[in-house]
Design a protein around this ligand. Sequence first.
Ligand code: GLC
Length: 752
Amino acid sequence: MKKLNFIALLCLACSITCPAQNNQLILREDNIETVIASMTIEEKVTLLVGGPGDLVPGAAGYTREIARLGIPMTVLADGPAGLRIQPKREGTDQTFYCTGFPTSTLLASSWDPELVETVTTAMGNEVLEYGVDVLLAPGMNLHRNPLCGRNFEYYSEDPLLSGKMAAAYIRGVQKNGVGTSAKHFAANNQETNRLENDARVSNRALRELYLKNFEIAVKEGKPWTVMSSYNKLNGEYTQQKHGLLTTVLRDEWGFDGIVMTDWGVKDGTVKSAKAGNDLMEPGRQVEIDRILAAVNEGTISQEELDRNVRRMLQYIVKTPHFRGYKFSNKPDLKAHAVVARKAAEESIILLRNEDNTLPLKGSEKVALYGLTSVDFVGIGTGSGEVNTKHIVNMQEAMTAAGFTLDESLVEYYRACFATQTATEKMEGSAIDKRHRPEPTISAKAIERQAQHNDVAVVVIGRIAGEGADRAVKDDFELTSIERELLQNISMSYHKELKQVVVVLNIVGVIETASWKHMVDAIVLPWAPGQEGANAVADILKGKVNPSGKLPMTFPINYMDILTSYTFPYNWEMTKGRKGERKNVDYTQYYEGIDVGYRHFQSDPDVEVSYPFGYGLSYTTFAYGKPSVKATADGIKATVTVTNTGKVTGREIVELYVAAPSGGLKKPSRELKAFAKTKLLAPGESETLTMKITAYELASFNDEHSAWETAAGTYQVLFGASVTDIRAKASFRLSKSQSWEVNDVLGTIQITE
Ligand code: GLC
């Protein structure tokens, strides 16, 4: 009897102290429906609106906890070039620096999805080990115009290259069991008036360009989340556009994650929740009130509410916080710095190399010019910036690589940097733009330096970022001081029969045609992250053979670009104007699909300075006879590449297709596949295989609201760039095919 009593007592005690045993409901992966059924309306609505948090200082936002049900808070943090959190915290000497990896435009310049996946596998590890659940990246809006302030966070003017890079980025991060957020969905191609601008885009341009990269990323990367953009699209905020967030993203593309807003509150919270925007970030009480009221009055149905809640719970059960992962706060930053350096080395582009100026021998005495040689631009500004321990600059990198630097210049630029007023408010920008007017050096001094040094290396810098677009004057174009500096250096060093090398440490395309002939070599590292300067030095010294190629076009003049006519580069002139301001309150994408090389290649009268897909190497490559064979759902193309030079190197082969004429007007050629060789030794060959489906060949017909692949003969162009075609083939499609889609994106009235 005693024993029985004891057991009874034990059970009674347990039932009081172990709540779980009185079958309290705790969220698990396999009981989401039960949890939904047990949630109160208030709890459901709470889950749809972000809230405050301090789990990870510096994180951008959180989702809310519902302790009763074992639903944890989850942590969301930026950004595309690496995790962005505060490096220091109250009450501890421990630091929380993150690795500043190469920015997206440089990663895209590698044309190497495997490399990108390697980078973001390391990046995702920092997300995991610092206790974050979702990295708010990749940034992947198309480079519609070179002056968009956030282009450094984005990949390319071409949707295929952009989509493939983003998909690889997502796979790498998510390999760590943390999430990503493909952003900013969609048509967020300018920073000017970004919260309100109405992007007015034809369905064809949307489908073929501005949505195509997201389609590839969603289908091939499977991001846990998508971030809707601030702007409107064809008159409706994207975050409230059911056709975009539910019909296209989910019903057509099969996206099964959550959609979150970008960081701000708009009036249409209810419309947003109904459209399929599951999470409002950063989240305000007013949004909870609005959704609650809408549910109570039936404007939001129980089904709609439960649908969004279900998706939130399906997201939450995947997160490290839900799984109780014990993060270390100690990721291996040393190992990640090596990854960052290697990625920069594999992506940097050699634009010019007259008479094999590069590589240098390494023993040269180098006159290193440019304030940016000290104030090196590792990453742009805004939410895409990373709090790194150190950004290596060119003075440090060149010295570490064994070059002897002209000490007078080293001291001069350090002194200038120390006194330089580091910031100036960019009109209309939410973020300080570090402004760095180039200090002058007299022609006399340059003449003297030319006599005492072996080679000149000039670093030109540009910075930009979130909240403001770039300008034409003194930004896209060289400043007068920069131009004079280049002229004087070119004159003095060439008089001494010595060479001039330019390093473009820039966050976006600049004008090059008017000055590139003055110099002997041009290296383009973009904003290459914390280790990028070391990668530049390795390339100057020939330790690495550059293999990057341009992910966008360098035009001769800014106004050669069709989209420049509808880009708000001079929006200050519209200040104070009443009513709808063109390119500020609304932007007409008049150009349709004629963006980048699609325009320049179809209008050969318009020369460019450097074409899409262009990049040099220290070696040379020959392309063999290609073959193109039909497959069950498209074609398989192969081409053999041989290293015909004297040093090892890698070659990117770009496969362009010219569709048969007739029917829809199409660009003269479009990138449909690409591949990069492994490191080939002199004389070594590799056969590259690329596959294209009939759907990937299709163009979008607005009238039929359908993708259409016409029957006929297609030309296949194997290019070292979009203009440098090394091999050709053709194939014939005997029957046309079409894929109808929903006409739900709104149409545009092309008005002045
Ligand atoms: C910003 C950006 C977005 C970022 C978010 C959180 O406004 O547009 O890219 O992820 O807010 O910082």
